[in-house]
Design a protein around this ligand. Structure first.
Ligand SMILES: *[C@@H]1O[C@H](CO)[C@@H](O)[C@H](O)[C@H]1NC(C)=O
Ligand SMILES: *[C@@H]1O[C@H](CO)[C@@H](O)[C@H](O)[C@H]1NC(C)=O
Ligand SMILES: *[C@@H]1O[C@H](CO)[C@@H](O)[C@H](O)[C@H]1NC(C)=O
Ligand SMILES: *[C@@H]1O[C@H](CO)[C@@H](O)[C@H](O)[C@H]1NC(C)=O
Ligand SMILES: *[C@@H]1O[C@H](CO)[C@@H](O)[C@H](O)[C@H]1NC(C)=O
Ligand SMILES: *[C@@H]1O[C@H](CO)[C@@H](O)[C@H](O)[C@H]1NC(C)=O
Length: 278
């Protein structure tokens, strides 16, 4: 074991000296974080930041938990990110494998249904979310044959969404989207462990308008063979982009989907939710 590690270090050292950093980055990860999200909570979460320039909307074809991303991850860290790209605070630039929508055009109907771009920017494109996921995360997984192209990466993300069907797992345990019924943290987690065999990370968005903790994201650690696994060093994973997580003592709400058109001017989803509560 130790010898193998030493050997690896030597190989890495040699590669560092002889080759390019982007090549090396590819192998600096050991598992995936596979993140799925609940569209309604994504919209609740982003409502506060909506400016006129960004709008969250859920189209009619969206009916289930959807993909956020498949993220090559190194134990104890987030990432690597933006492999073969220049990374700045605004994202990945100058990627050697830049996002190209043409390469995944045939997947568009499935992507719109199971990996939708929920947040639309006034000056953005409908592909911004996919571009972001590919350039930040997909570019780092290309050492693995089954995801060594944009098309394969998105196919895999979609496949895992079918394989790890969260809506079904919840329905089997009588957990349904509702504004009236809430679920204990334990009942939600138990349903997932019972179905998938391992504990995921749960992320919630706490609404100060309705005083509810809304389930937003469910992240499983996934092996390079695409099996769910126990997350290594889960407490060391740094999640800067989440506002709130689920609290074990706080009941969880899974708000029903509210559909809206992305072209319309911003609508206050929180107001809608309150109307429905009454
Ligand atoms: C809101 O819009 C202004 C002006 O367009 C912009 O400067 C600001 O960064 C935006 N805020 C957010 C949170 O997007
Ligand atoms: C990153 O930027 C530097 C200079 O800004 C450039 O030399 C380098 O080739 C870039 N790398 C990639 C992968 O684009
Ligand atoms: C992208 O590449 C161009 C041309 O090489 C360079 O001028 C620019 O600084 C690079 N961008 C980043 C963010 O490194
Ligand atoms: C995107 O991919 C298509 C299909 O392979 C190719 O014809 C096109 O040149 C690519 N576009 C860019 C900007 O690289
Ligand atoms: C949480 O939900 C459970 C069952 O749904 C219920 O018995 C309990 O009273 C709720 N707790 C709070 C604090 O609302
Ligand atoms: C939420 O909680 C705050 C503080 O406890 C309370 O003032 C407010 O009325 C509550 N709102 C709702 C919708 O229950």
């Amino acid at each position: 074991m130790r010898m193998e590690t030493t050997l690896k270090s030597v190989v890495l050292l040699v590669l560092t000296m002889s080759c390019c950093n982007s090549f090396l980055l590819d192998d600096e990860w050991d598992h995936f974080v596979y993140a799925q999200q609940w569209p309604q909570t994504v919209c609740l979460d982003n409502d506060g930041q909506v400016n006129q320039t960004t709008k969250c909307s859920i189209l009619q074809e969206v009916k289930t938990w959807v993909v956020h991303g498949l993220w090559p991850t190194r134990v104890k860290t987030e990432g690597p990110n933006c492999c073969g790209c220049n990374e700045t605070s605004s994202g990945c630039h100058n990627c050697t494998r830049p996002f190209n929508f043409t390469l995944i055009q045939d997947l568009e109907p499935q992507l719109n249904e199971f990996w939708p771009n929920l947040l639309t920017k006034k000056h953005g494109t409908p592909y911004d979310f996919w571009k972001h996921e590919w350039e930040k995360h997909g570019t780092c997984g290309t050492s693995l044959d089954v995801i060594n192209s944009q098309h394969k990466y998105f196919v895999m993300g979609l496949k895992l969404n079918q394989k790890f069907d969260i809506l079904q797992a919840f329905l089997k345990h009588n957990i349904k989207p509702s504004l009236k019924v809430q679920y204990t943290y334990k009942s939600v987690m138990d349903a997932l462990i019972d179905t998938f065999g391992h504990q995921p990370l749960l992320e919630c968005y706490y609404s100060h308008t309705t005083n509810t903790s809304n389930l937003e994201s469910i992240e499983f650690c996934v092996s390079k063979n695409f099996d769910i696994m126990t997350c290594p060093s889960r407490n060391n994973i740094n999640r800067l982009y989440r506002e709130e997580t689920c609290w074990t003592k706080e009941n969880i709400t899974i708000p029903p989907l509210v559909y809206s058109n992305p072209i319309k001017v911003k609508k206050d989803i929180t107001v809608k939710l309150l109307e429905e509560l009454n």
